[in-house]
Design a protein around this ligand. Structure first.
Ligand code: SAM
Ligand code: SF4
Ligand code: F3S
Length: 455
């Protein structure tokens, strides 16, 4: 860190009185967005203010995602379009960080084919940003650091995007190696943060007025496995629930193979923990789950669902699904449709399988055409729309506690927010309520939200 202090001071000296603006854009999951907030924290120390307009920026950082090919293509398209901006402003500095940079072939492609990029910053190397920037300011053509700095997260200051909702990573990396997934290759092995550090951070956030705390990890249920049994995730939930203050605790993602009875008990017994579980199933076929290396069967998954719904038949569940995994048969796909009919999710996040080089699934035979995969996706989405419309009706007449989030983009005079159950709620209300909890009586249900009146 001392090393960085010197570099930061040198950068501040180079800039002098001149104001500097940075444009930082994060793609992908909330863990990456959280990294983007840490990048901004470092930039703030280096004297940068922030802009939402890349045309007025002195520094641009794209914090990238590699989970699907479409995500990468989008970033390559955007980097390509930066060439013009760089021609107009040769002193502009452009950096690429995040998961794309951790794949050797991608980092090489950036270096070779996109000369407008000045530096590449690896997923565990955010701490190297001042050094890289200094290199660029001293005229170096291309700088890169993809080393791992373990100490960084506990010392990082963040520029948080939202004044009342905060993301708190509780662990980094993933050990699961689902055969389709690039994350373990670009984020490394699981590392849990110390419980005391998480509890202190959440306590501070609550004291600062944050109302929603989102705990993040690729599999929060394996939190603590690397801490010699110091604390499990359900225990951590109970500790955080004991912090004084009016706030809600959410978490994601929860791997079904590690979802325990203790977790379910903690959700029901902790009043500040949201009554919602995001439980990614990925497929409704046990054969496909095996090929995905998910390490649970559909039966085991349904046991967890039953255990939750036996305590609250209307408990809100959401999931992630992959359509068109290599050689997914029509029958296997139909099992997924059956599963979503049976579980009745409030929402699903579904993705067409994307081949990621370096993963096991990339080597698997795949006879399913792209057209067939799109067809299946449409069928799945159509079914889920019907389920959501029907299922949301259970909320009509109920009172929901909602954290008002923003003004509605669809209806003048309306606000939008998320209920405790993670349902989008629209209601008439004044902007001054944004960032506060309100009670809303639900009067109508649509296929993407429910509406109601403040009571
Ligand atoms: N760790 C989380 C879990 O296991 O549920 C998932 C994190 S991943 C970033 C988010 C979602 O992206 C996954 O649940 C999966 O549905 C989807 N995904 C991951 N790799 C994919 C791929 N190669 N093609 C399509 N979807 C993918
Ligand atoms: Fe990817 Fe599986 Fe890890 Fe989730 S648990 S990040 S899907 S490898
Ligand atoms: Fe994407 Fe990396 Fe997250 S691959 S989904 S940004 S961990």
């Amino acid at each position: 860190m001392n090393n960085n202090t010197e570099k930061i001071n040198e950068i501040l000296n180079i800039f002098g009185d001149k104001s500097r603006k940075a444009y930082v854009r994060s793609f992908g999951c909330q863990l990456n967005v959280s990294d983007g907030e840490k990048i901004k924290g470092l930039l703030k120390k280096m004297g940068f203010s922030f802009t939402e307009d890349e045309n007025s920026a002195d520094l641009i950082i794209f914090n990238t995602c590699a989970v699907r090919e479409s995500a990468e293509d989008r970033v390559f398209g955007i980097i390509g379009s930066m060439k013009k901006l760089k021609e107009l402003n040769p002193s502009l500095i452009i950096g690429i960080s995040g998961c794309m940079t951790a794949q050797g072939h991608v980092a090489e492609k950036i270096r070779k084919s996109y000369p407008q990029v000045d530096f590449v910053l690896g997923t565990s190397a955010i701490n190297a940003l001042p050094g890289l920037l200094l290199d660029c300011l001293r005229g170096r053509k291309f700088a890169a650091d993809i080393s791992e700095y373990d100490d960084f997260s506990e010392t990082a200051e963040q520029v948080r995007e939202n004044p009342f909702k905060a993301s708190v990573p509780i662990m980094f990396g993933c050990n699961n190696f689902c055969t389709y997934c690039i994350v373990p290759y670009v984020r490394g092995r699981e590392r849990s943060r110390m419980p005391q550090d998480i509890i202190s951070e959440v306590t501070q956030l609550v004291n600062d007025g944050y109302k929603e705390i989102m705990l993040l990890g690729q599999n929060v249920n394996s939190y603590g496995n690397d801490l010699s049994g110091e604390m499990s995730f359900p225990q951590l939930l109970r500790e955080l629930n004991d912090i004084d203050g009016d706030f809600i605790i959410r978490f994601m993602s929860s791997h079904p193979k590690d979802a325990s009875q203790e977790l379910i008990d903690a959700i029901f017994e902790c009043e500040k923990v949201a009554k919602h579980l995001h439980l990614p199933v990925q497929s409704g076929s046990s054969e496909v789950l095996m090929r995905m290396n998910r390490r649970y069967s559909v039966e085991k998954y349904l046991d967890i669902v039953d255990s939750i719904r036996s305590r609250d038949p209307e408990f809100s569940l959401t999931t992630d699904l992959i359509v068109g995994f290599p050689d997914e048969s029509d029958e296997e796909f139909r099992s997924t449709l059956e599963l979503i009919k049976q579980v009745k999710y409030d929402n699903i996040y579904s993705f067409i399988y994307s081949k990621r080089s370096g993963t096991k699934a990339a080597e698997m035979h795949d006879a399913v055409s792209a057209e067939e995969k799109s067809c299946r996706m449409r069928e799945l989405l159509e079914l889920q729309r019907e389920i959501t419309t029907e299922h949301y009706k259970r909320f009509i007449g109920r009172k929901m506690r909602v954290l008002a989030d923003d003004v509605s983009k669809k209806r003048e005079g309306f606000l939008t927010g998320k209920s405790n159950e993670f349902i989008i709620v629209e209601f008439e209300g004044d902007k001054s309520l944004i960032g506060q909890f309100v009670d809303v009586e639900i009067t109508d249900a649509m296929n993407w939200a429910v509406t109601g009146k403040i009571v």
